[in-house]
Design a protein around this ligand. Structure first.
Ligand SMILES: [Zn+2]
Length: 236
């Protein structure tokens, strides 16, 4: 690993939002031909240098998912819920992209569009590849997709709205063991059924009250503990 790599931020690759990771020929052609053109135009005509490694999450030729900061207003109170992916937006040329970026949209959550980033997933297994021994691998239409750690996998599940199915690492299992209810997707510990219910209700409720997403049920979030054995550790 070079020192440069340490300074850069890891982000997900451009095809993150593609269903089953299947890039159509049309999207690939658009990326090869139009994207470098857009970068050039942004730089030369608008002095806007997109950070290295930052590329829109194309979903079709000329449309891409960006990120925006979502602020919920309920009962007159504003709550910043952080950066969330947009629906596919029309981004067919440099000006369209520039307009979104000027409005505060980003190519990656939490990274300014001008900052260099590193892709969090690489296709080739170079020597000392941190992905080589990762247990977080899922099958995809293109082969497999590797995640550098549990959180990267969890984020992937979160953005796709799917439940994690891989075995969590020990620190997560420990966290679960110490809680009554636990949301694997959002890494949340709940002290009561009521709290778990609230979390669930928020995610499944229709916007603007909630997020309108699928979510594990309260029953599924209930931590099933092995039958208590006689141990010397503290028990409730
Ligand atoms: Zn959750």
């Amino acid at each position: 690993m070079t020192t440069k790599a340490l300074e850069t931020i890891s982000v997900d690759p451009w095809d993150f939002f593609l269903e089953d990771d299947l890039a159509t020929e049309h999207v690939e052609r658009f990326r090869e031909q139009e994207w470098p053109q857009m970068l050039k135009e942004l730089k030369h005509d608008y002095s806007y240098s997109i950070g290295e490694g930052q590329e829109p999450h194309w979903v079709t030729p000329g449309t891409a998912v960006l990120y925006h900061e979502v602020i919920n207003i309920s009962y007159g109170k504003e709550e910043n819920t952080g950066w969330h992916p947009t629906n596919p937006l029309p981004i067919g040329n440099a000006v369209q992209l520039l307009n979104y970026l000027k409005k505060g949209f980003r190519l990656r959550a939490n990274v300014d569009a001008l900052v260099n980033v590193e892709l969090s997933e690489t296709a080739d297994s170079a020597e000392g590849d941190p992905y080589e021994d990762t247990p977080y691998v899922i099958p995809t239409a293109k082969g497999q997709r590797k995640f550098i750690n549990w959180d990267a996998y969890r984020n992937y599940c979160m953005h796709r709205g799917v439940a994690p199915t891989l075995e969590p690492p020990k620190e997560i299992l420990d966290k679960m063991a110490n809680s009554e209810y636990y949301c694997l997707l959002h890494d949340h510990v709940f002290k009561s059924e009521r709290a778990a219910k609230q979390h669930y209700s928020y995610y499944v409720a229709r916007p603007p009250r909630g997020r309108g997403m699928r979510h594990a049920t309260v029953e599924q979030m209930k931590v099933v503990k092995p039958k208590p054995k006689k141990t010397t550790t503290k028990s409730e």
